[in-house]
Design a protein around this ligand. Structure first.
Ligand code: AP5
Ligand code: ZN
Length: 214
C-alpha cells in the first residue's frame, strides 16, 4: 500500500505514521526526519537545510525530490510506503507523477491553525526513532523515555510559536493547493482521496484510519 499523509505542520502525520507502520508493516518516509538526520550528521545537505528549516521555510524542490526518489528505490519500499511531509508543493507532486509513482490513498488531516499552535508548544520528539509525543495530549510512556539509543526526548528547533505560524502560512500558500490537485487525481480514478477529522484524540484518529484502509 502506498499512502500520502497530507496536512499542516502539527496535524498529526508523524504520530499516525507510527500507527500505520506498525499496523501495515510499511516504512515511513518523512522528509523532515531525513533532513533532521542530515543536520545531526553535519553533512553538506544538513548544513544547508538547517538554515532554511530554522526559519520555517521549505527546502528546495530539487533537493527534496532527489532524496525521495533515492529512498523509494530501496528494497524495503517495494511493498509500499507512507509519505509523510512530501509532496508539499505542486512541483514535488508533479515529479512523483512524472516518475510514474502511483499512490493508493491520499489522506488529509484537517486541524485548525489555533489547535496546531497549542500542539506544537507541547511536542517532544525522540531523535533516534522519530517517535512523537505531547506533554499533555500524548505523554511518553515510561519505557519510551530511556530508549536503546540513550537519547532523551527533545523540543524541535522549529517549534517556537513565531516559526510555527510562519510554517502554517507557507502550508496555506504552497501545500494546500495539493488538496485540489489530489482531488482531481481521485476524480480521474488515479488515487483515492480521504479527509479525516484530525482534531480527535490520537487513538480516535487511528481508528478512522483503520476503518478507511481496512
Ligand atoms: P516536517 O518534519 O515534515 O514538519 P511538518 O510537516 O511541518 O509537520 P510536523 O512534523 O511539524 O507535524 P506532524 O503532522 O508530523 O505532527 P505530529 O504527529 O508531530 O518538516 C520540517 C521542515 O523540513 C519543513 O518546515 C521544511 O523546512 C523541511 N521539509 C520537510 N519536508 C519538505 C518538503 N517535502 N519540501 C520542502 N521542505 C521540506 O504532531 C504534532 C504534535 O501534536 C505532537 O506533540 C503530537 O503528540 C500531538 N498530536 C498529534 N496528534 C494529536 C491528536 N490527535 N490530538 C492531540 N495531539 C496530537
Ligand atoms: Zn512530522
Amino acid at each position: 500500500m502506498r499512502i500520502i499523509l497530507l496536512g499542516a505542520p502539527g496535524a498529526g502525520k508523524g504520530t499516525q505514521a507510527q500507527f500505520l507502520m506498525d499496523k501495515y508493516g510499511i516504512p515511513q518516509i518523512s522528509t523532515g526526519d531525513m533532513l533532521r538526520a542530515a543536520i545531526k550528521a553535519g553533512t553538506p545537505l544538513g548544513v544547508k537545510a538547517k538554515e532554511v528549516m530554522d526559519k520555517g521555510q521549505l527546502v528546495s524542490d530539487e533537493i527534496i525530490i532527489g532524496l525521495v526518489k533515492e529512498r523509494i528505490a530501496q528494497d524495503d519500499c517495494a511493498k509500499g510506503f507512507l509519505l509523510d511531509g512530501f509532496p508539499r508543493t505542486i512541483p514535488q507532486a508533479d515529479a512523483m507523477k512524472d516518475a510514474g509513482v502511483v499512490v493508493d490513498f491520499v489522506l488529509e488531516f484537517d486541524v485548525p491553525d489555533e489547535e496546531i499552535v497549542k500542539r506544537m508548544s507541547g511536542r517532544r520528539v525522540h531523535p533516534g526513532s522519530g517517535r512523537v509525543y505531547h506533554v499533555v495530549f500524548n505523554p511518553p510512556k515510561v519505557e519510551d523515555k530511556d530508549d536503546v539509543t540513550g537519547e532523551a526526548l527533545v523540543v524541535r528547533a522549529d517549534d517556537e510559536e513565531t516559526t510555527v505560524r510562519k510554517r502554517l502560512d507557507i502550508y496555506h500558500q504552497q501545500t494546500e493547493p495539493l488538496v485540489g490537485y489530489y482531488k482531481a487525481e481521485a476524480a480521474a480514478g488515479r488515487t483515492r482521496y480521504e479527509r479525516l477529522d484530525g482534531t480527535q484524540a490520537v487513538d480516535a484518529v487511528s481508528q478512522q484510519l483503520a476503518a478507511l484502509l481496512g
